[in-house]
Design a protein around this ligand. Sequence first.
Ligand SMILES: [Zn+2]
Length: 378
Amino acid sequence: MTSILTSPVSQLCKLSRNQNIRSQGFGLSYLKALQHRTLSCFALKQRSILNHTHNHTEGSTGVTAQKALSNRRCLLGSSGARGLFGRGGGNAQQQLTLEDIARGIRERDYQRIVVMAGAGISTPSGIPDFRSPGSGLYDNLQQYNLPYAEAIFEINYFHHNPKPFFALAKELYPGNYQPNAAHYFIRLLQDKGQLLRMYTQNIDGLERIAGVPPSKLVEAHGTFTTAACTVCRTEYPGEALRADIMASTVPKCPTCKGVIKPNIVFFGEELPSNFFLYLTDFPMADLLIVMGTSLEVEPFASLASAVRGSASRLLINRDLVGPFSWGSPRHNDVAELGDVVRGIRKLTDALGWKQELDALMAGNSEKVQAPVERTNEE
Ligand SMILES: [Zn+2]
């Protein structure tokens, strides 16, 4: 898989942007500074910057590995909460475990849960990684001679040649894939009245299909459910484009003949206005669940550090990422590493919600046989 970190897109980052990150760190002040910025630096080399920061504060990358290992031990080992992260701190608080988080959800100690999710929750649904050679979608895109994979989300390239994007749109258009346990778990949090908001980087719409109401969703990188003419800005429902997209025809505006673009956020475009709900959501959150994301794409990535110190944070992911992997982990940080769906299932079992989740999936899986598309009816 081509790493987004090594793609030529990273060279498009403005130097000033990187300097801002170095000097201001990843806190809320940085996020506020970003409010009116765009995704133009989508693929910045955040990991190397993070490593730089980490080396500066810890002196050795070996410490990260050590902490990752102790984190794993903590999760895989006995229920004894020994405050593994608190070594060296005399007044260390008890290290939370997955069971503690589950108990907090079940007993409604957590009432305002914010979820952040990335591609890792959609790959179990079969959403292809268009950057992976050998995947049908990647091979399909090669015929368009994209200069590099991420060019598909660059607005200048889109104006030059929209066909590769619409080939991707045809693949990802709502209806081709079905949500999995991760999406339905979020729906369950909503049904229980404990979901404050879900922030997703995914553009596959699987959260909506799982029944997460649009008012509870921030689709940070946009959605196919709405679209707009790139010339006269007339807005269209996503459904109006379906026939053209399925026929591999570039949809054109009936009024001005301009190309109609689904409201997917391209590099250099504004984030959706509801993204800025984070300004109130994150300080209010009492539990943050981060799942299936590498936390490499800004400004989404910085959000994980925007919750209060008293808020618990649960990472369900293949690897330790973002604030879970650098600096000093909090006593109320919990990482469940490995397969994301397996992690969700483990949490669901600990909650005693297995039957409810299975029933939800069984009930809804019939409904989504036919393409389900929700518009912003709320
Ligand atoms: Zn138009």
